[in-house]
Design a protein. Structure first.
Lengths: 338, 338
């Protein structure tokens, strides 16, 4: 804080139990880490206060990490891939963490990672940390808690962090907005419509992986590979300077996992040296901050009973077209500032 | 304002020249309408103040209008369709307005509607109003100005309002968020990738129109029709209760335009009677209001030199990970409220 404007003074009083929890996480204590994630998943106001305190401490600890988003339809083999890729990089000295966002789990009744047995070997490793999707009413809420989980697992020394999501709804956009690298996993053979993969997702992908290039599927995998290779040629170059790569693997037969990891490292090297890595992280930090700031500015209205009443009335009038959004906005801001 | 909380008092002092402009628009004066759109397109602070005043007046005037978004790749025939559909409904007593969002025009060098001659007959009609995309640095800015343009043309008595966009980038989402009905126009024959249509766009569409079902293209149009009919079956039912319809037309040969209009009216009837029409408009009004509110709350920081300095320092620290977003957010809100 030394080079901050002298007027900027933060309340330095820490909660001792949170300081203790933080130290345990920093030492890589898995039990403390699990406890911390449970804490941030809670919406209880006191827990939120403690969570913010904890995350603030963790953010001071800069870790040189890589955050990898991975999406694909159900059944495409995400868990098998993550299991084998995770085990492969543990051999190389990494400590991967796997988090999941699955806002659809409430509807479908099953979470992607609800069953840890799908990553049987990896979940038993001391060097991996696997955590299913936090429950949440809204994608925004789930996404925020996942961002906090990323900070926590990184503080505990895990790297890279994989964030897995089923390619439905808007969750891929959320995952894309919190990762450095985005991988799209495809089934062989099936056409674009049949896979339910939105083309917008393809455009977010840095690496496209055609899985199940094994047995009878090889021919179909090659067709899909060719089809997507063609389609990739039509896409504009990415802001990062990286042009999307496509490859075939067999997660089940553990084929191509090493090449995928090489490609991930090549991506990391490219975007770190171009400066995009830092620019992108900055942008993500800014977005997270703006979201927080906006929601808390709104809370000024909703937490004060009198202001809440005014806000509700004004909002209703705006929704029904009885008051101009400009008059309403200026009016509320006037109340706030004066 | 009668049933507002007595404490809610708005500054009723109006700018006389804006009041005058408003009256002229209300009378359907095309020259005044053009002038007003030029005013809202300006970013000059005084012009912005006047624009907000004008839009606030217009919003008080409730019009029973239909806002129709239309998207499709360049060359798919949007202008030809709009020309013929526009002329068709003018015969029925409507006064259509056509606005365009084309954030790509700066790059491609040409605006969708830059050339009014593409809607030669329609642009000469006294009962139609055509306006190309406002220039703007960001899609957000362009989208806001388009929303204001919609309010202006509706106040001048135009209905329905068509908002046209090229199916690239994020502009379709913006158009979708300001319309009641969304039409996707497709080329015959070409596959999903080749058309550059994102599947996300298909999911937004209420009506999918395969154009150019004429001459040698008929067979291809039928293929595309069948292909998309199949794909539609895989989509989840829309929130509106309307299931997406698909049809073939030939805009050039003026075939199917009447059936398309019937379908548009059927959609309108369905969503109005289900209540979705109103719910959706309310939601859109709320979003617009929240955007405005947030941007103006941020402006409190950027307009005051001292606060701006603090905000910039804090933001930089957050971006670089030197300060927690929570500490930063709480700190800024404390300054604001205290």
């Amino acid at each position: 804080m030394s080079n901050l404007n002298p007027k900027i003074k933060l309340n330095k009083k820490r909660l001792p139990q949170i300081e203790e929890l933080y130290k345990q996480i920093l030492e890589g204590d898995r039990f403390a880490l699990g406890k911390a994630i449970t804490l941030i998943e809670s919406n209880n106001p006191q827990h939120r206060k403690e969570s913010k305190e904890l995350i603030s401490m963790c953010l001071k600890n800069k870790r040189n990490t890589l955050r990898i988003g991975i999406t694909g339809s159900p059944g495409v083999g995400k868990s098998t891939l993550l299991e084998n890729l995770g085990l492969y990089i543990i051999e190389k000295g990494y400590k991967p963490a796997i988090l999941a966002i699955d806002p659809s789990s409430k509807i479908s009744g099953g979470s992607i990672l609800g069953d840890k047995t799908r990553m049987n070997k990896l979940s038993k490793s001391e060097n991996a940390f696997i955590r299913p999707s936090p429950a949440g009413k809204s994608l925004g809420g789930v996404a925020n808690k996942t961002k906090e989980s990323v900070i926590l697992v990184e503080t505990a020394g895990y790297n890279p962090v994989f964030i897995e999501t089923v390619g439905v709804g808007q969750s891929e956009t959320a995952v894309h907005s919190m990762t450095d690298l985005f991988i799209l996993l495809l089934q062989p053979g099936a056409g674009d419509e049949i896979q339910g993969i939105k083309r917008g997702i393809m455009e977010m992908a840095d690496i496209i992986v055609v899985n199940k290039a094994d047995g009878e599927n090889i021919h179909n995998a090659e067709k899909t590979f060719a089809q997507y290779s063609n389609a990739l040629g039509l896409l504009a170059k990415k802001e990062s300077g990286w042009s999307t790569k496509i490859m075939m693997i067999s997660a089940m037969e553990n084929k191509g996992i090493d090449k995928l990891w090489d490609l991930i490292l090549e991506f990391e090297k490219t975007v770190r040296s171009s400066g995009y890595f830092d620019t992108n992280r900055k942008k993500q930090n800014q977005e997270w901050f703006h979201d927080y700031l906006f929601n808390n500015l709104l809370e000024i209205f909703t937490n004060n009973p009198e202001l809440k009443k005014i806000y509700k009335e004004v909002l209703e009038k705006v929704e029904n077209g009885n008051m101009s959004l400009y008059e309403a906005g200026d009016y509320l801001i006037d109340i706030l500032v004066k």
